[in-house]
Write a protein that binds this ligand. Structure first.
Ligand SMILES: [Zn+2]
Length: 1049
């Protein structure tokens, strides 16, 4: 008999879902089901984890869970089965919980994996050899290794980590789990024992401390049966001796009495800018109204160019920082944090005082803007509603928080039925807001962390690492090292027990045909009809609104959604090359500029930003479309369908009524320059930027938009804006005219067409502005649409054989990208085989995974192909030993290419299934599915049902075809005659890497951008600073509540 008792069930008023929760009366196990229409089923298995130290037990355990269960003692079984069942497993560890995830295309695969996964959680093997390889060990060369150790090594010296941990250690007493680094500090990981991990496991991984959350379309009865069966095998909860509920049953922490200001240092050679963090403690997490009010208050202070703090510190000449992020720690009492990014070092000291003064003045001078706050509240409510519709994680997070801190009778969860908290705070008057600010922000004690860059620290860390290595080598001696090498080998062999084929075959592979992909309905107007006509009910609506005579290009993707979006996609090709350097500035200015209307009335940028936010849910521009075709630009507005006409009006005003204002432009330039040092601190940014700047010609927009490429451009623009502003403005006008010429516009509308009126004729004003025609019925039809530009034509020739080495003093890890020429035809016959070969080699627990990650050479390694640019890539992410990672990958590819190792049929099936799963996941909401359909069918011109055709084609791929593509396309990635290497590493490693690449036959170029300064200390490696690169983080003050150490690659 099932002990699962339903404790609550309801339909949220704002999202098409049903939420039901059960709890086992016998074991305390919890199950939460969120029924939503999706192609994937997602599982989140949450464990509350409270620990008083920085040992990293929660995080190491997260890794060890995947190393095998008592019933299934095979490392990687979950991943291997997952590969067969269109599934993906992952996990993250936060300060207060570890959450394991399972994403599957369709219910069938989910049902198959669920019991096996849960068995891993409740019966893991936790062997010593798994702990040895995964957590920490010293290898035969005396290097410190271990998957978790390397992972933490890569982040421990980042400014955000250092400042965030320090703030928590001040805000919470040492005995509080909230002050712990649950990821594990390097020093603590070195001495962590498996016994300690096991002890932690037994204390926390109990049925009553586990909540299973499932989101998607499931067979409900089968789900309940599966969980009930799992529950039956669990030990009975001892009611007489109730377990301690992590955090909830722990005594509350004393409130900080005095304000604390502290400086921390982070390593960086460039000492020009640091950061400021403000942390304070808010109300109980169960006080939803006050927390929503505080959340909206912090948005009011930071979320747009006209917010109080941004106006005071960012949107000024000589800004005091480049970005202000607000985020929360969703603990028992919610922690509120403000992060001021890239503060000029000499201004660090004074900034905190200014921040509080600005806020105090705002209150004391009664300047609180109630109207603006009302807009913020409405926008936040809509954004939550949108994410509840679009992302499975939204309700999963609601469920996790409720599991961690809510009452176990489901009462607190039930408040998710309605968004009444937004209604409540809409009633707040100015006085209510002012007293909220005083009570929770101005009056309480808080923590201020000034994060300062230190060149000395960077050099000390480097020297110390060298010293320790030498010391270890000496102390261990040859014999000691040999012992360690063989100990590691034994542990690895123990971990690698082969999974018996019978076991794998005992799980029937699910039927791919049962995976239901989401479909949007396409309709076309104007020039879009030239790409082929369609017949359906939506097309009838479009045609009735004069769609055929529409003089521009318009495509509609009809979806089931309460939200709509418009994207205007333009080619950069019509922009003359000498104007490309103005592109970045043009984009930065786009959504935050003054405008002048036809009647000559000027609207300030503040008003533009405010009104735009009122009418829309989000505004953004991006390079490319859906992350591809980076010679395109996309401008997008999202809004509720009722605001369709307003959204179109906004585009018309922002494009054709822009007033380029010298002051606004100067601010954009100052901000961009201030942000550059922090970009140069990120190894993956540095590598990506070097690739764009070196591999592409100056004709490429991809290169022209690279932030580090633009460092000199910005400086010049700053000078020009002072000396000859008209010159700059003329060029920006010219950029606008080229980008938004009638024949260069592709308009994509994604919406429930039944919810918008006049889908075509609403574009009247834009037609007029773009074509100069007096009315949209004018048959001034366009001659032709600009073709979609390809970056493949902008690839520099003759780079093959070169290895570009760049240095990043602030990182311990290395990052590398190897590229070689591929093909540019989206219908190329080798695509299916190359897709399968790639999925095969980089599968979780596949050849790269085991050979590279498993040996501790790097956290991740993957292959990708860009048909758009005609380049294939191999990428090493967070490398501990990047040259070993590369040579291992080379050996693997050669072995498969030469036929020394054969592609196994079972694993080919798994690779195919991985592709199915990835596609379902990518298309997981109507919005995402519609965008990808547009990319496939209208940008790549693959025609209708391209996904279906692709899925059919990969099923016929054979082993010999895989071998052929490995030889043809993958071997060249590792061959010095065909490959180009972009690599970023700590300066200490540069000479060694140089020699290694020279030996491989590469022509090595160190510091290709010639920024060399003498390092001044040690070994005279002539190391240097590098450039880097593109931030697409249009940070919206995301409220990610924890440090994640996720295992994705
Ligand atoms: Zn991890």
């Amino acid at each position: 008999m099932s002990h699962l008792k339903q404790i609550t069930s309801f339909k949220p008023s704002y999202a098409p879902s049903i939420i039901t929760k059960w709890r086992s009366s016998r074991t305390g196990l919890q199950l939460l089901l969120v029924e939503q229409e999706r192609a994937t089923v997602e599982g989140y298995f949450a464990v509350a984890t409270e620990i008083e130290d920085d040992s990293g037990c929660p995080h190491t355990l997260e890794h060890l869970i995947f190393m095998g269960s008592k019933k299934h003692p095979y490392k990687g079984l979950l991943d291997t089965l997952g590969n067969r069942a269109f599934s993906n497993t992952n996990a993250w560890t936060a300060t207060d919980s570890t959450v394991y995830t399972l994403t599957t295309a369709g219910w069938e695969g989910f049902r198959l994996l669920l019991p096996v996964y849960l068995d891993h959680l409740i019966n893991p093997t936790l062997t010593d050899s798994a702990c040895y390889t995964e957590v920490y060990h010293i290898d035969g060369d005396a290097n410190e290794k271990g998957v978790v150790f390397s992972e933490m090594q890569a982040v421990e010296n980042e400014a955000e980590e250092i400042a965030g941990l320090r703030a928590r250690k001040i805000l919470y007493p040492a005995s509080s789990g909230y002050s712990s680094e649950t990821g594990g500090l390097m020093g603590a990981l070195r001495v962590l024992t498996n016994d300690r991990i096991r002890q932690f496991y037994h204390a926390l991984y109990r049925p009553d401390n586990l909540c299973i959350i499932v989101v998607g379309t499931v067979e409900k009865n089968e789900l309940i049966e599966t969980i009930a069966k799992f529950d039956d095998e669990l030990p009975t909860l001892d009611e007489a001796n109730p377990s301690h509920r992590p955090f909830v049953d722990t005594e509350s922490v004393p409130v900080l009495v005095n304000r604390v200001i502290e400086s921390v240092e982070f390593p960086d050679k460039d000492e020009s800018s640091g950061h400021v963090l403000i942390s304070l403690l808010g109300p109980s997490i169960l006080d939803e109204v006050t927390n929503t009010a505080l959340h909206c208050l912090f948005m009011y202070l930071t979320d747009s160019d006209v917010s109080l703090f941004r106006k005071a510190f960012v949107e000024i000449e000589n800004p005091l920082c480049t970005e202000i992020l607000s985020y929360t720690d969703d603990f028992k009492n919610v922690g509120y944090n403000l992060w001021f990014q890239n503060v000029p070092t000499e201004k660090l000291e004074n900034l905190p005082g200014q921040i509080f003064k600005v806020l105090l003045d705002h209150v004391e001078r009664s300047e609180f803007d109630l109207r603006q706050m009302q807009d913020v509240i409405e926008r936040e409510r809509l954004q939550f509603t949108l994410s509840a519709e679009r992302y499975p994680s939204t309700f999963a997070n609601v469920g996790i928080q409720d599991f961690l801190y809510g009452s176990i009778d489901g009462k607190d969860l039930h408040t998710a039925k309605q968004l009444t908290e937004y209604e409540a705070i809409r009633e707040y008057g100015i006085q209510d807001w002012e007293s909220l600010i005083r009570k929770w922000v101005l009056n309480p004690a808080h923590v201020l962390i000034l994060a300062r860059p230190s060149a000395k620290l960077a050099s000390d860390i480097r020297k110390d690492a060298k010293l320790q290595l030498t010391k270890r080598r000496q102390e261990l001696g040859k014999e000691g090292l040999q012992k360690l090498a063989s100990r590691l080998k034994i542990a690895q062999d123990e971990n690698e027990t082969k999974i018996p084929d019978e076991l794998l075959f005992s799980f029937p592979a699910p039927d791919p045909a049962k995976v239901k992909f989401i479909q949007s309905v396409t309709a076309k107007a104007g020039l879009a009809l030239n790409e082929g006509t369609v017949k359906n009910e939506i097309q009838d609506i479009i045609s009735k609104d004069n769609g055929e005579k529409f003089p521009l290009y318009l495509q509609v993707e009809h979806v089931k959604s309460n939200f709509a979006s418009i994207s205007i996609i333009v080619s950069t090709l019509p922009v003359p090359q000498d104007l490309l350097p103005y592109l970045s500035l043009f984009l930065q200015n786009f959504f935050s500029t003054p405008i002048v209307l036809d009647d000559g009335i000027e609207i300030s940028y503040e008003e533009v930003v405010k009104q735009l936010k009122r009418d829309t849910i989000s505004d953004q521009y991006s390079s490319g479309f859906e992350g591809e075709f980076e010679e395109l630009l996309t401008f997008e507005l999202q809004f509720v369908p009722g605001n369709y006409k307003q959204a179109i009006d906004w585009f018309q005003k922002l494009i054709w009524h822009v007033k380029f204002d010298v002051k606004r432009l100067q601010v954009a330039v100052d901000k961009a320059l201030l942000a550059i040092p922090s970009l140069k601190r990120d190894g993956s940014v540095v590598t990506g930027s070097a690739l764009r700047r070196l591999l592409f010609t100056p004709r490429s927009a991809k290169r022209a938009l690279d932030d580090l490429e633009n460092e000199q451009v910005w400086r010049q623009l700053g000078t020009d804006l002072k000396n000859r502003p008209e010159f700059v403005i003329d060029r920006l006008v010219s950029v606008r005219d080229h980008l938004f010429a009638a024949g260069n516009l592709r308009i994509l509308v994604t919406a429930d067409v039944h919810q918008i009126s006049n889908p075509v004729s609403s574009w009247h004003a834009i037609v007029k502005s773009a074509t100069g025609a007096s009315s949209s019925s004018s048959s001034a039809l366009l001659a032709a649409l600009t073709p979609v530009p390809r970056s493949s034509v902008n690839v520099n020739k003759g780079l093959s054989g070169t290895a570009y080495l760049l240095t990043v003093p602030s990182t311990e890890s290395s990052f590398a990208t190897l590229v070689a020429h591929g093909f540019t035809d989206f219908k190329h016959a080798d695509i299916p085989a190359l897709a399968v070969a790639t999925a095969y080699l980089e599968a979780v627990e596949g050849p790269f995974w085991r050979g590279i990650r498993g040996n501790g050479y790097a956290y991740g390694a993957n292959l990708s192909r860009s048909i758009e640019s005609g380049m294939n890539q191999f990428r090493v992410y967070r490398g501990a030993d990047v040259s070993k990672a590369i040579s291992k990958a080379k050996q693997i590819v050669n072995d498969y290419g030469d036929g020394k190792i054969e592609f196994e049929p079972l694993l080919i099936d798994s690779a195919i299934s991985t592709i199915v799963g990835a596609l379902a996941e990518a298309d997981n909401s109507y919005y995402a599915a519609a965008s990808r359909k547009y990319l496939q069918e209208s940008i790549k011109l693959l025609g209708a049902n391209s996904t279906g055709k692709f899925l059919a084609s990969i099923r016929t791929v054979t082993g010999s075809q895989l071998q052929a593509v490995a030889n043809k396309y993958l071997k060249p990635l590792f061959d010095h005659q065909t490959a180009t290497v972009f690599l970023a590493c700590n300066p200490v490693k540069i000479n060694e890497l140089k020699q290694e690449f020279v030996q491989l036959g590469f022509n090595v170029v160190i510091d290709p951008f010639g920024v060399i300064e003498d390092d001044g200390n040690e070994s005279g490696s002539g190391s240097e600073e590098e450039e880097e690169e593109e931030d697409d983080d249009d940070d919206d003050g995301s409220e990610e509540s924890y440090d994640e150490y996720s295992d994705d690659d």
